[in-house]
Design a protein around this ligand. Structure first.
Ligand SMILES: Cc1cc2nc3c(=O)[nH]c(=O)nc-3n(C[C@H](O)[C@H](O)[C@H](O)COP(=O)(O)OP(=O)(O)OC[C@H]3O[C@@H](n4cnc5c(N)ncnc54)[C@H](O)[C@@H]3O)c2cc1C
Length: 480
């Protein structure tokens, strides 16, 4: 008998859930309250005119559907919609979606369950306000004040060499180094970020380390601060009419408008209370998907996680796992084991991250993906790959951890996965080729020259500092 699955919401998580159902031979029906996949609904707070994704296209791609090479790396929301529409068309997902249906939620798969209510919604031309770490005050003058309770690390979308920042330093090897040497890795990255602009000088330096909380992504903030259009202030102490007094005693008169960009409140008003119990700040969901007390498992929450990377691969992996659980191919552990796992995970996350009620759903990006991939049976086996296909293995170990890695083998294997991994940088570079310049004549690279000079100097230093040691290796005549 084919099992029917109700998918609620046809966003990034809903679409991939429909596809996962189809891949497993389940029968999905999706209810989406929005009117179609053409345009964002007017009045939706989360899609303002200028939204550009923080994640680059290769990092946010579905694992068996690389984005077209010509799309820009950090897409405007209209281009994200185009990609999603292509995905839906390619896998014939649209016929399973019923638009304009607001479903009272009692379903098998909910991808709309987050009900994340921004405490304040606003239209901003340039500001990513979701982190809640920074808030904005608009006074009479057109300059803006940025109030920060705790400070924040601010990173640009544009990384070294102009490449998408989330494609750099995010390999499996980087992840291993981070796990082995967490403080050192954080210091290295903080130094790098401070080289772009010094967070202390700009008044933004937070108490927490750079990995402890998601950074604020903004290309414009440093430019706004250096040009005086934004001033960073400490927390507000009190309001006196149109006067704002800050904790350091300074104040500002004639303020028109105050915007509290204080993050999201998470709520599941549609779930029965017994499924809403919490562990720490987070909902008691096994691997952030299944309520342990519900047997058999007929409800899965997809897309309710947050990590240092795009949501798409995580939602997709959750959906692949959930559909195999629904189908009975994977069995969940006992309720007790699941509860213990949740407790353990919560304790680890609280130790590593600055968790709060506004950031309850933090996961370690690659380890979380790998843990689900293990359950589904699609985690890449790197040692074996080194024997079989060293070039691919190197890219998987040293390149950005993109979702195609989870389509190389196992259930849902995709024949194009290898090629997608080996050509991912091509698709990154393609949009930059709007003005192609002739290749420079071949000269010895400056990097090489610097290395040679550096090595020469290092050798000389060793020679002078360590004459005795050197002499034991080389038959040198040392004159005194
Ligand atoms: C400004 C902004 C920038 C972002 N940038 C990034 C980024 O760069 N990278 C990234 O990974 N994430 C980003 N995010 C987070 C992003 O919102 C999610 O990654 C993604 O949209 C989540 O997809 P989803 O399908 O889980 O939820 P949604 O996209 O919110 O989809 C949920 C769907 O469910 C529907 N729905 C809700 N309730 C019901 C109901 N009762 N009945 C029927 N339908 C219902 C809604 O209409 C909606 O279409 C950003 C968010 C914002 C606000």
């Amino acid at each position: 008998m084919v099992r029917k699955v109700l998918v609620i919401g046809a966003g990034i998580s809903g679409l991939t859930s429909i596809k996962a159902c189809l891949d497993e031979g389940l029968e999905p029906t999706c209810f989406e309250s929005g009117h179609d996949m053409e345009e964002p609904e007017p009045g939706r707070a989360n899609i303002y005119f200028s939204v550009i994704l923080n994640s680059s296209k290769e990092r946010m791609a579905y694992s068996d559907f690389p984005p077209p090479a010509e799309l820009p790396n950090n897409m405007h929301h209209s281009e994200v919609l185009l990609y999603l529409r292509l995905y839906a068309q390619n896998f014939n997902l649209l016929q399973h979606i019923h638009f304009k249906v607001l479903r009272a939620l009692r379903a098998s798969t909910t991808t709309a369950g987050i009900t994340a209510v921004p405490k304040v919604c606003m239209e901003r031309e340039w500001w990513w306000w979701g982190s809640g770490a920074l808030e904005v005050i608009l006074p009479w003058t057109s300059a803006e004040l940025l109030k920060s309770r705790s400070g924040a690390w601010v990173v640009s979308r544009v990384g070294e060499g102009g490449l998408p920042v989330d494609m750099l330093g995010v390999s499996r090897l980087d992840m291993m180094l981070q796990r082995l040497f967490p403080s050192w890795s954080a210091r290295v990255l903080e130094n790098k970020v401070n080289k772009v602009f010094d967070h202390r000088l700009y008044g933004l330096k937070p108490k927490h380390g750079i990995f402890a909380q998601n950074a604020v992504v903004s290309d414009d903030l440093p430019a706004r601060i250096i040009s005086g259009r934004v001033q960073v202030k400490p927390n507000v102490k009190e309001f006196r009419g149109s006067r704002v007094v800050f904790e350091d005693g300074s104040s500002l008169d004639k303020v028109d408008l105050v915007v509290f960009a204080t993050g999201y409140n998470y709520g599941f008003p549609f779930l029965p209370p017994e499924l809403q119990t919490k562990c720490g700040y987070r909902l008691r969901l096994y691997k952030h998907v299944f309520p342990p007390s519900l047997t058999p498992p007929t409800l899965a929450v997809v897309g309710f996680v947050h990590g240092l990377g795009a949501l798409t691969p995580m939602a997709e992996m959750q959906a692949r796992w959930a559909t195999r659980v629904f189908k009975g191919l994977i069995h969940l552990p006992s309720e007790e084991t699941m509860l213990q796992d949740i407790e353990r995970d919560m304790a680890t996350m609280h130790q590593k991250y600055a968790c709060s009620e506004h950031t309850p759903i933090q996961v370690d990006y690659i380890p979380y993906l790998d843990s689900l991939a293990d359950l589904v049976g699609v985690r890449p086996n790197i040692p074996r790959l080194f024997l079989k296909d060293p070039r691919l293995a190197m890219e998987i170990l040293l390149g950005p951890c993109t979702s195609y890695q989870y389509r190389l083998s196992g259930p849902g294997q995709w024949a194009g996965a290898r090629q997608a991994i080996l050509t991912q940088w091509e698709r990154v570079l393609q949009p930059f080729r709007s003005r192609v310049l002739p290749e420079p004549e071949h000269k010895p690279s400056s990097g090489l020259s610097i290395m040679m000079v550096f090595s020469g100097e290092a050798l000389l230093c060793c020679f002078f500092i360590n004459k005795q040691t050197l002499s034991s290796f080389f038959p040198l005549k040392l004159s005194h």
